[in-house]
Design a protein around this ligand. Structure first.
Ligand code: FDA
Length: 390
């Protein structure tokens, strides 16, 4: 073994694939889960044949041509374009907030300029009410961007459910911007390249690791005893570690905060449950944040007319035994992260990467691009300087 990769998510697999195929290295990849692909994994549900995204809907989108060319080596993509809707007080609105949402909500027929003026006036009303010095809460930031009526309808309850905290008590940093589109475009992503892998993420990922120099070991935890565990490998072989950075250092600087999700997955005896792949629920009195209906991710496939797989998504803070999904990123977390980064620089044989290893939310294309950078700028110069890319 020339390189050990801990974690078979898209970051770890991209590193492994490139090191095996372009550098000729023998790479072992371990993952504690029974499948590769990390959170992006999808397979066909055995009962209905519907492609189910086990960790929530994963939409591939990128404007990075190098990433797009790379992933197309392993899979074709459908022309799926993601569109999301939201239920508020028994009515369905298009998301993200656009001219359709505004006109439906205000029972109006505004053009773009009128709608822009209305939202600006509502945001200004709020600034006047608070004396022009809004506090630094998420609520005050959101209201200053989109006005109170839209905030109360579409942001407040949804955000409170995501964070189990009233947005008046959340820091403004949780949202950087709240896009409002003054046209009727409700495509969720604006990237140049979008789609879903034609035969699912599982098939894509299996082709990615189908290489004679990649040895994949599933159900293998880095912190357990054994030939690929930390005790046996640390200092003996270069390691790319994509698990949680605080776990690597035995939580020496404290635990980093994460939010997790619970999915309540059911098979409903109908051909179409909600008419779209993701329906958000904006109101606080509905306990889940959204419902995924996976058949709509592949409208090009033939599906059963009387069974559909749906998953209700619930959000909460993660405990030790939960899957970490989204970094909480509180000031205390940022402090701890700095201490872990300092510890990481003292581990020259280990490179930390991926969303868990860097404590950063990464979309799939960002994980792949960041793996490219790690291989090109760190692994090759440091560990394999004599190797020429094949
Ligand atoms: P990832 O978490 O995928 O992989 C890390 C792997 O390390 C896991 O398989 C884990 O089991 C393993 N591991 C951890 N500790 C270990 C240990 N001790 N020993 C062995 N293995 C260990 N992106 C996007 O582009 N579009 C989208 O629509 C979505 N949707 C989405 C929904 C939800 C709910 C989440 C949480 C995330 C998304 N994403 C997304 C993001 C995407 O899932 C993810 O961030 C990237 O695939 C990142 O890949 P990584 O390899 O960094 O992490």
């Amino acid at each position: 073994m020339d390189l050990l990769v801990v974690g078979a998510g898209l970051f770890g697999l991209t590193v492994a694939q490139r090191c095996a195929s372009e550098l000729g290295l023998r790479v072992t990849v371990i993952d504690s889960r029974p499948h590769p692909g990390g959170n992006a994994w999808s397979t066909r549900d055995p009962e209905t044949g519907i492609e189910v995204h086990r960790y929530g809907s994963h939409l591939f989108h990128t404007s990075n041509d190098r990433v797009w060319t790379y992933v197309n080596r392993f899979t074709g993509f459908t022309d799926y374009r993601h569109r999301v809707y939201t239920v508020h007080r028994g009515e369905v609105f298009p998301m993200p907030i656009n001219l359709g949402t505004i006109n439906q909500f205000f029972r109006s027929a505004y053009g773009p300029d009128q709608a822009r003026a209305l939202i600006a006036a509502q945001a200004a009303d709020e600034a006047q009410a608070t004396g022009g010095t809004p506090d630094e809460s998420l609520e005050s930031r959101a209201v200053s961007l989109i006005g109170r009526p839209l905030y109360e309808a579409f942001i407040r309850g949804y955000t409170a459910k995501q964070w189990q905290t009233d947005p008046a008590h959340l820091p403004a940093s949780v949202i950087s911007r709240l896009p409002v589109r003054y046209n009727y475009d409700n495509r969720y992503f604006g990237d140049t390249h979008q789609g879903l892998p034609v035969d699912g993420y599982g098939a894509w990922i299996e082709r990615m690791i189908d290489h004679p120099s990649i040895d994949l070991r599933l159900d293998t935890d880095f912190f357990a005893d054994g030939p690929f565990g930390r005790a046996a490998t640390r200092g003996r072989v270069p390691i790319v570690y994509t698990g949680p950075i605080d776990r690597y250092f035995d939580h020496a600087a404290g635990r980093l905060g994460w939010r997790t999700l619970d999915f309540e997955t059911t098979i409903e005896p109908v051909g179409d449950f909600q008419g779209c792949s993701v329906m958000n629920y904006a109101d606080a009195d509905v306990p889940y944040t959204r419902i995924h209906e996976f058949r709509h991710l592949h409208p090009e496939r033939q599906h059963s007319p009387d069974a559909t797989v749906v998953a209700r998504e619930y959000s909460r803070f993660a405990t030790d035994s939960d899957e970490p999904y989204y970094p909480v990123n509180s000031p205390a977390d940022r402090d701890r992260l700095l201490r872990y980064r300092a510890l990481a620089t003292a581990e020259p044989q280990v490179k930390f990467g991926g969303r868990l290893g860097t404590y950063r939310y990464l979309d799939m294309h960002m994980a792949i691009a960041s793996a490219f950078t790690l291989v090109d700028t760190e692994l090759v110069p440091k560990f394999y300087p004599g190797r020429r890319m094949i």
